[in-house]
Design a protein around this ligand. Sequence first.
Ligand SMILES: Nc1ncnc2c1ncn2[C@@H]1O[C@H](COP(=O)(O)OP(=O)(O)O)[C@@H](O)[C@H]1O
Ligand SMILES: [Mg+2]
Length: 245
Amino acid sequence: MALLAVEGVCKAFGSLKAVDEVSFTVAPGEIFGIAGPNGSGKSTLFNLITGIPFAPDRGRIVFDGDDIQGKPGHAIARLGLARTFQRETSFDGLTMFENVLIGASYGKPDRAAAAARDAAAEALEFVGLESRSFGRLAGELSVFDRKCLMLATAIAMEPKMLLLDEPASSLTRPEIETSIGLIRRTAARGITIVLIEHVLTFLMSLSQHLLVLNQGRVLAAGEPATVIADERVIEAYLGTRRAAA
Ligand SMILES: Nc1ncnc2c1ncn2[C@@H]1O[C@H](COP(=O)(O)OP(=O)(O)O)[C@@H](O)[C@H]1O
Ligand SMILES: [Mg+2]
């Protein structure tokens, strides 16, 4: 059974159909990639799935057997669905440790305080942030460290599924290599991953299935090698005309 099933989901902003009749399923344990040019609706799709900050206009979203469309964001998160944001997002005036502790305790409210602190420390170490820097303010960190912090905050919730929105954007090549390793190790913890990225090579190296969006609609879906060979995908990315191809 699919861990996540998205069925005919739509979201319009005025006359703009940002997400238009999108359907797909994600199996437990996989890394599922979502690609598409800028403005194709990728981040909006994550917003609709997580309820942060809005629900779909239409369509159904089933996560781990529960209908979640229209539920508040915190309720969806507590069912085991975590996300990161395209732009580094943290409580800048709190320390690294305090940020991750919010994920560890608020995301899993039944956990005792000591267990939440242990989970927070473990998640920070897991993403490679050193324990002597746990007291630094989030707002003082580099872009890469802030992305790692956001990932640690999500992992500390011990989610079943994690949605990552362009985790490689504005990173250097060595940082991207580190990120690829980190995403693989996160999946190896048993967390199912849905990964948005507009750099196809990054997605190709990680994903078992690929969905390509264009102007809010599903352009192609399936095995990565087949999807990127699809003429419509090449056209959407490179703007080549069919005739020229
Ligand atoms: N909150 C919003 N209000 C109005 N338009 C939006 C909003 N969020 C996204 N859009 C528009 O929806 C389209 C899809 O945006 P987005 O999902 O961010 O694309 P992507 O993540 O694929 O680059 C864009 O045209 C964008 O300008
Ligand atoms: Mg986006």
